[in-house]
Structures are given as C-alpha cells and as structure tokens.
Design a protein around this ligand. Sequence first.
Ligand SMILES: Nc1ncnc2c1ncn2[C@@H]1O[C@H](COP(=O)(O)OP(=O)(O)O)[C@@H](O)[C@H]1O
Ligand SMILES: Cc1cn([C@H]2C[C@H](O)[C@@H](COP(=O)(O)O)O2)c(=O)[nH]c1=O
Length: 239
Amino acid sequence: MNVVPASGDRRRHAAPAHLTFFHGPMDCGKSTLALQVDHNQSRQGREGLRLTQGDRSLAPQISSRVGLSREAVEFHPGTDVRLLVRRRWAAGHRVDYVVVDEAQFLTDRQVEQLAELVDESHVDVYAFGLTTDFRAQLFSGTRRLFELADVVQRIQVEVLCWCGAPGLLNARVVDGAMVREGETVVVADTAPGASAADPRYQVLCRRHHVRGQLGPTPTGPGQLSLQGQPLADEHVAVR
Ligand SMILES: Nc1ncnc2c1ncn2[C@@H]1O[C@H](COP(=O)(O)OP(=O)(O)O)[C@@H](O)[C@H]1O
Ligand SMILES: Cc1cn([C@H]2C[C@H](O)[C@@H](COP(=O)(O)O)O2)c(=O)[nH]c1=O
C-alpha cells in the first residue's frame, strides 16, 4: 500500500542529507574540489559554512593551488562543530551544508558531530582530506570518516610520482631526505620552503615511498641526471 505523505511534511520527504568524504594525497585537488562544491551549492541558493584547519596559506581560508581561495572558519581539536552551526542559526543565517577542508585533522568526536548534523539537522556535509600521513598510515579523522560517511570517494585526479607511476603516498622531506619519524601534524607545502631544513612534502608511488627514494637512483655515471638537470642530493638521500 502506498502511503500518501501528509502535506506540509517537508522534512520527512526532502532528499536525505549526506556525509560525503573525498580523499587523496596532497596536491590531488581536494581544496579545489571543496571550493567547487561550495560554489555549486551556493549557486543553488543554499547557504553554507566553510571549515578548515591549518591551511597552507596559514590564513583562515580554503586555498587551492589553482589560485582560488575563500575565507573559512578555523576549527581546532576542541571545537564543537555543532555549536558553530547553531551559532549561525542563532544569528539568523541558514546552514544548508558544511564544507570541511583538511578533514584529516578532525578528531573522532568532531566526525561524530558532523554525522549528527547530517542525521538530526539535515545539513549536508562535504569533507575533504588526506588519506594517509607521511608514514603511510590513516589519519584518525580519515579513519572515522571512512567508518561513518555515507559516501567515500577517492579523488580521481592522478598525482604522479617522479617515476611516472600514480602517487598515492605523501613523503615528508627535511634537509633533502625523506623522514619517517616526527609529529603527525606538520603544516607545510609540496613546494620547497625558504631553506632546505624546512619540511616539505612530496607525493610518491608506493614503491618509492617504501624505498624512501625522492628521485632516480644513480646506477651509473651516465645516468646522473633528471631531465637533463644534475641530480640534487635529495634525489638519492634516504634516511
Ligand atoms: N597553474 C596551474 N594550472 C592548472 N592546474 C594547476 C596549476 N597549479 C596547480 N594546479 C593543479 O592543482 C592541483 C592541486 O590542487 P589543490 O586543490 O591545491 O590540491 P590539494 O588540496 O589536494 O593539496 C595540482 O595537482 C594541479 O592539478
Ligand atoms: C602528509 C602530511 C601532511 N600534513 C599537512 C601538510 C599540509 O599542511 C596539509 C595537507 O595539505 P593539502 O591541502 O592536502 O595539500 O597536511 C601533515 O600535517 N602531516 C602529514 O603527515
């Protein structure tokens, strides 16, 4: 028997909200996609909240290497994301969706709060974050999103390792060599910093992440170059 919805029961019959998680390595276009999703949602007249933590620009914004950026609210481990939304409501704004960049930095509790916003308040949540850290282990926020999200999608833009294979893993590079020990969270870019001692990241394929190899290994005197350039120390240094 078909049950005819009582008129005015919009909430029951509106499309259900979703928690969607897009993930990948550094440089795969997560922030770009976050800004595109935000743009497309707002073009439909929906109102959203953008959240981030530790954007590379060190400003409270979501910034993409393609050149786009939008201001965002910074979250910290103690932030209750439900309160951020409720404060917007209390100030008379709608919050139809939330876009979270750097979602790997969410705590488990914050992921659960986002799920609650979806289920209890019908807010769509789009989260964007790294799959794994520099040790090739899931970030805890990422793990919780894998566990709770309605939709989990690996971002399709391929980042290439120096060898040309798809790069899925992030290497942390200090003083020209890949490191495997240190704090989980170190905000930095894939572009080199002002000094070689500044940490940077490089996306590698699994084989070269395991080997800690940041460029072609010199196997003979005739092969000591990378695309015609002399090899820098970092191409061969492994720690
Ligand atoms: N000048 C450029 N022209 C076109 N695409 C670019 C340019 N610079 C960067 N990109 C693209 O931007 C991607 C990085 O996007 P971004 O959203 O910053 O990545 P993520 O947030 O995943 O680290 C690169 O993989 C590359 O495809
Ligand atoms: C691998 C790894 C990365 N980070 C930091 C480095 C950047 O500040 C962000 C990721 O930025 P992007 O938007 O994906 O380019 O995360 C980190 O703190 N720890 C790590 O292990």
